[in-house]
Design a protein around this ligand. Structure first.
Ligand code: MYR
Length: 168
């Protein structure tokens, strides 16, 4: 499927979900769950096509997501930053977000909608398949008037420390 067709289809999906669900939170949840289902399948394709090796730190994993996975599937490379206070929290900053190429603003009355929430689910599902539990959410969104679009990834230390002993 061409990227353009995917972006248009995604827009149609969000529009339909907004018709089906009154609450933005329910649309957000649906998109996240759908993304998760995609992510748990996509990771196999990603690992096979990218041939990336096992990452030894959270920051290496986030760099792989930004530089290899986003580039491969969306044709963009977000910049990465990390939290100053916790060593398990990272941010992907998207200067360009192809999923909103044809979207100027959020639909009327849907100000809590996380239009691209599918992406959070995809990342969460893919990470889970490489034994990394993480919370993935939009922390800023240009469609909501923020200066940038930013996805936050908080790795769950518990699972991580016990099983994989990765460093920051
Ligand atoms: C490893 O340490 O085992 C390799 C880590 C690879 C992480 C893969 C995550 C892929 C995320 C796909 C996101 C796609 C978003 C468009």
């Amino acid at each position: 499927m061409s990227r353009e067709l995917f972006v248009i289809t995604y827009g149609a999906l969000v529009a339909q979900l907004c018709k089906d669900y009154e609450k933005d939170e329910d649309v957000n949840k649906y998109l996240d769950r759908m993304g998760y289902d995609i992510g748990i399948r996509l990771v196999e394709d990603f690992l096979a096509r990218s041939a990336v090796r096992k990452c030894r730190s959270y920051s290496e994993t986030v760099d792989v997501i930004a530089q290899v996975a986003f580039k491969m599937y969306l044709g963009v490379t977000p910049s990465v930053s990390c939290s100053n206070t916790t060593e398990n929290e990272f941010f992907l900053i998207l200067d360009k977000n192809p999923l909103v190429d044809f979207v100027e603003e959020l639909p009327a009355g849907r100000c809590s909608l996380c239009y691209c929430n599918l992406l959070c689910g995809v990342i969460r599902g893919a990470l889970e398949m490489v034994h990394l539990a993480a919370e993935v959410t939009f922390v800023q969104d240009r469609l909501k008037g923020d200066d940038v679009t930013e996805i936050g990834i908080i790795f769950s230390k518990k699972v991580e420390d016990k099983k994989h002993k990765r460093k920051k």
